[in-house]
Design a protein around this ligand. Sequence first.
Ligand code: WTA
Length: 663
Amino acid sequence: MSETDTDLEARLAEQDSFEPPQSFIEQANVSDPDIYDAFENDWPHCWEDAADLLEWSSDYEQVLDDSNPPFYEWFTGGELNASANCLDRHLEERGDEAAIEWVGEPVDEDNRTYTYNELHREVNEFAAALQELGVGEDDVVTLYMPMIPELPVAMLACARIGAPHSVVFAGFSADALATRMNAADSEYLVTCDGYYRRGDPLDHFDKATTGLDNVDHEVDTVVVERLPSEDAFANTWPEQTRGYDELVENHAGETVDPVDRDAEDMLFLMYTSGTTGQPKGVKHTTGGYLSWAAWTSHAVLDIKPEDTYFCSADIGWITGHSYIVYGPLTLGTTTMMYEGTPDHPDRNRLWEIIEEYEANQLYTAPTAIRAFMKWGAEYPDSHDLSSLRLLGTVGEPINPRAWKWYYKHIGNEECPVVDTWWQTETGGMMLTTLPGVCEMKPGSAGPPLPGVSADVVDMSGSPVSAGEAGYLVVNKPWPGMLRTLYNNDDRFINEYWREYSNTDSDESSDWVYFPEDGAKIDGDGYITVLGRVDDVLNVSGHRLGTMEIESAIVGVEGVAEAAVVGGEHDIKGEAVYAYVITEDGYNHGEDLREAIVEGVEDAIGPIARPEAVIFTRELPKTRSGKIMRRLLEDIANGDDLGDTSTLRNPEVVEDIQRKLGSD
Ligand code: WTA
């Protein structure tokens, strides 16, 4: 009989560190502890190891050009193509091996395998089709697609012709799509008719066309028909819309030479949430980003060409870019994609997939692990998961209890667990244990990777002592770093560098990157990331800006003011709490509440849906008029509020608490 959660907790609770299994170390891609010293002593040349994982069409002249911080350049003078790195160079040895194993949501209906040969062929055909549409080098192509194989095909086709892609998560709303297409001046859109969610077909094209109505320039659209005819929606395609299949057929068998891109040329843009209402267009480059995705996939995820690797993230987020598409394919492995949710048609689905495909790695988010825990160990326990060799988590802090559950019930205490801290901006992993080298401490991401220089500092920038909370900083540039925010160098400096750098200096050592996370560090240099210190929420591992949600809410008729904060949530980590003041004469009724929820879904998407909408007469403000968000968070969490006498309007607090209690 399997051990109960309580027994497990009792046995593992005492243990706060775990050694990697010997069997893992023996086969690990990286197992030499000297790598930390070696990389430090040889910095920045240590990153030639990452560049060596790629195939370059011209060699780079310099590893790092740091003459104009924070506009660092990596592998300058080098030329390469990302699609050639992900495809062409594997054809000889691995042409008939699976590059992508795609599992559709409907069980056993239409799973697809793309060998490297097949993927190469379709990418070439679609690249030719994009050229036919007029897409040229440096034109931004927006990809608004769910987890279907045509998404990575389109990404690689863009990369092949040197057109940066901007993938917009399919769960985002029509408005969110329009905002991103306008910001990127993107004149091309690849989308699809629909997809499945929990058994039902969703009309995605309708959302895409609604979004296009708000795009301020002409757009050429390509539509992938994912739904079989019996589930297809009766949409009429506007002008300038072409079918993906027809386009690809027109170019059957064609090849397109991969365009040589400068190492510093943009590979893609990815919009992410920040402190203002306007999403930030994070710019990643071809040489630095790709080498970072490849090296971290090799060193941390321990990916080998013969592996079947499964990351359950969505390609619409950075995790899917780096660790479903670019990292794994650069290494020539088999990467999996699953269209659906882990509980469709039932809670065995993920474990069935792992069992059937004999996946070797699972990389997922703490929010998913907490849901698996809640559903119960009987689901994974009834499947053979012995193919797994390594487990990973990303996106938010993982509590030690969830870590240990994952380690025991999914990994059978035989797989190292890597808790990887990183961001859209960092391109790839920054803090985590090397699975074949380091002991693991549940709840702590671990030390900076070799060659990465990070620390935890106080407000003045001095390192804090072990155990004290402070701010995470990165002291040296790294190849995978964002290069700027699209069309906005000033915001790039203000958001990430101003806090801890001497911005007048052109010495690289005076520049410090601030990821806007709180953290603490222990005596062994292991860093525990505590969460965002800016106005960004982390809901189910997804980044949402409170300002974006607030501006959606104040756009609803009858709303005068809104403040959004994160409240603790068992599964999601954080949930959206909205405090709302109505205009005079507006009824605080169910209708308005619904209009607010709808307003948020329309502006951003269902992921930003408020867990609670609390109507209040006023918001708690300091004497200088600033909203006391911390206090609103404490109220949402039912925490002790401490001293509220510094407020201009302390009476409002009780009022809000009463309302929340009665909801
Ligand atoms: C949080 C996701 C704790 C953090 C790859 C960061 C984490 C934000 C971890 C970036 C982790 C990510 N432990 N917190 N292992 N990984 N975060 O841009 O607050 O979607 O700043 O990138 O997620 O979210 P993003």
